[in-house]
Design a binder for this molecule. Sequence first.
Ligand code: GDP
Length: 299
Amino acid sequence: RLVRLRQRLAGSGTLGKGLLGLLSREKLDEDTWEAIEDLLLGADIGVQPTQELVERLRTRLRVEGGEATDVRAVLREELITLVDPTMDRSLHVSGAQGGPGVVLVVGVNGTGKTTTVGKLARILVAEERSVLLAAADTFRAAAADQLGTWGERVGVEVVRGPEGGDPASVAFEAVKDGVERGVDTVVVDTAGRLQNKQGLMDELGKVKRVIEKQAPVSEVLLVLDATTGQNGLIQAKVFSEVVDVTGIALTKLDGSAKGGIVVAVQRQLGVPVKLVGLGEGPDDLAPFDAAAFVDALLG
Ligand code: GDP
């Protein structure tokens, strides 16, 4: 899995290699530290974490300096600390008291929401769970069709409503169905129209309320496209202000040289990255692990 992760993170790998190259210079002068900072900022780690990391590295490499220092090991340790290995990254897909677990998937259109729902269903099915998908993005007919295709591909039924219908009623029907049939997990794909905050709040709030008439929402996954950088983060933040997000699915990490966004998003939203998207195929979604991620970065 690590080899695969490395291959997929080829873009982000340049960050690890660049850092190692700079830190291995014979003299760590101010120009070198500046270049290190630029590299980190360019990888979207964010200003504050960049300063923290550089400070830690400066101290540790000064104190432990000398030929014997294993620069790679120090960098690895500090990067893992930055990504935070202590966060609980388990996905809550099981329900309480015999009811289904409900995973609500939110985020801006185009970030990879529907694809992530499909891939997640695949993982759950592989774990021998019974799964039901809800196409609660009723604003775009194509969205429901796309989810339908994923449902066929992974062998999972999709509940959908009329185009232009009420997203909350689709979510309601799907969870009702899930309760009646005793399925393990219902995954709800929502619309990601970036309307004003109040509109979004009303819409997602209603979806959540009607679901919770039947079963508690066990996980709210926010999907964020890694290639959209700080801009994407600002948009994602709106969602996190509207619903209680419990985890991040960071997509398109395969197409981004900016793996540092993992750190930035966790800091800014205060929620762990739980899943990463590493491609467009059905098997290209992986649970996130801090150490494996840093190892892949360092190549
Ligand atoms: P939605 O509008 O948020 O539901 O986004 P979609 O699921 O339709 O995805 C938008 C595009 O991003 C599609 O072409 C997907 O195949 C692509 N995509 C989604 N996740 C990933 C990923 O992890 N890596 C890559 N390379 N592409 C992805």
